[in-house]
Write a protein that binds this ligand. Structure first.
Ligand code: GCU
Length: 429
């Protein structure tokens, strides 16, 4: 046992004996060089000090808070510290959307300070409904306007990726409308009785190492700092997760929606974000991090697909500075991504994949589910119902869901069909 770990051990032991929730004590976490190297995925039911978690209560009171603090300290950085409460305003509501099948609501989430980020949340609710409906909250890459041709949806104001169709010099133009409508297939979601709420990552902070134009720029100004944090210590995935939470604040107050059935969805980097957001916010009842891969649903350990070093080198701003210290030694991480999945327990989570997307390490993602399963079992939540990957195109049973389909890295209407099947299996069975 390492002497430097003693203060942390004392803290956990005190929390256990006093039946108090262990408070996050990141200052007491050891430096990376003192963390033990372990090639295998660490047991999610063993605390940093070696204490074994035996009861549900210990999981909830001790290990869960410890894991959240560990992820913030060594990988994602903390969620942005914003105490101001945003206002959610319904700007417009159109009951004739999708040929009258749905109501389109345009919601604006804003703060009193005009320098703060402003989020455009597009909420689409089926008109044929009895009672409150379940809702997918999904962060998109190219703007709400890319999901539909309807000209009433405002074009995204901020910077957008060059790869987004219809964007010129990083800004949306009228030709960008509906450029991703085929993949999002709103009618399918509505016909299956679900609502969709979507927002664009760029409203929170743009995905550029060299520029922070959203939440981090605002916080720096508020705190009197000359500039937002350096890219290598920024944590943009945490910022986007904060954006999910602000959307959930609004959705739980929408009387058309069921606050107990909110599912977070995202593709790739947006999937990494959806999982983090759901892991940290129990109001989110189900998570679908689609093809999220390294830094999300794939193990940081091991050799398949993207490595910690590769992701940190290319996307320095996604994670904090501590995470860079694991570039050459991911086996020193005191957790792996199965622990993030375990934070979802007992809620359902689906890791959906594509065969040609080996960069996201589909087989490693199944190992992640297997390694998270003991936590679901401790909570009597079932979890993984088969020890082997399901056949291609088939959705596995159980709260720890898995699917893999032919094809490449993308999110298509067929993927949405699987998402809907998964949500039905857990919310409508
Ligand atoms: C890159 C990156 C992945 C990420 C993906 C995406 O491929 O390496 O980690 O998931 O972009 O977000 O599309």
């Amino acid at each position: 046992m390492q002497p430097k770990l003693v203060p942390w051990i004392a803290c956990i032991a005190a929390a256990c004996s006093m039946h108090l929730e262990a408070s996050a004590q990141p200052a007491l976490f050891p430096p990376v060089s003192e963390l033990p190297a372990r090639a295998e995925l660490p047991d999610p039911l063993v605390c940093l000090d070696g204490t074994r978690i035996e009861t549900k209560r210990q999981w909830v009171k001790v290990r869960r808070p410890e894991l959240k603090a560990l992820f913030a300290h060594y990988m994602y950085g903390p969620l942005p510290a914003v105490s101001a409460r945003p206002t959610s305003a319904l700007k417009a509501s159109y009951p004739d959307f999708l040929g009258g099948k749905a109501t389109l609501k345009l919601v604006e989430i804003s703060f009193a300070d005009p320098a703060a980020p402003r989020l455009d949340l597009m909420v689409i609710v089926p008109n044929a409904r009895r009672g409150r409906v379940p809702v997918f909250v999904a962060m998109n890459f190219c703007g709400n306007h890319a999901l539909t041709h309807d000209p009433r949806v405002p074009l995204t104001r901020g910077w957008l990726y060059r790869s987004c169709a219809g964007c010129v010099d990083g800004r949306a133009t009228e030709t960008a409308r509906g450029s991703q409508a085929a993949d999002w297939d709103l009618a399918q979601i509505i016909d299956r009785g679900y609502a969709l709420a979507s927002f664009c990552s760029t409203d929170v902070d743009s995905d550029r190492a060299e520029v922070s134009d959203g939440i981090y720029a605002w916080l720096a100004k508020r705190d009197g700092d000359a500039a937002p944090p350096e890219p290598a210590n920024r944590g943009t995935i945490s910022a986007w997760a904060w954006g999910f939470h602000r959307c959930v604040d609004s959705l739980v107050r929408d009387r058309d929606l069921d606050p107990k059935r909110i599912a977070a969805v995202g593709h790739s980097r947006n999937g990494k974000t959806a999982l983090l957001a759901a892991a940290l916010d129990d109001r989110i009842g189900l998570a679908i991090p689609h093809q999220a891969g390294c830094g999300g649903t794939a193990p940081s350990r091991g050799k398949i697909g993207e490595s910690v070093k590769q992701i940190n080198d290319r996307f320095a701003h996604w994670f904090n500075a501590a995470f860079k210290q694991f570039n050459e030694q991911p086996e020193r991480l005191p957790f792996d991504q199965h622990c993030l999945v375990a934070l979802m327990a007992p809620r359902p989570v689906l890791l959906s994949n594509a065969i040609e997307d080996q960069w996201a390490n589909p087989s490693g993602q199944f190992d992640v589910l297997r390694a998270a399963a003991p936590v679901y079992r401790l909570l009597d939540a079932g979890g993984l119902e088969s020890g082997t990957m399901p056949e291609t195109g088939r959705l596995s049973a159980g709260k720890l869901g898995y699917s893999i389909r032919p094809g490449k890295h993308s999110m298509t209407r067929d993927d949405w069909r699987i998402f809907l099947d998964f949500a039905d299996a857990h919310w409508r069975a």
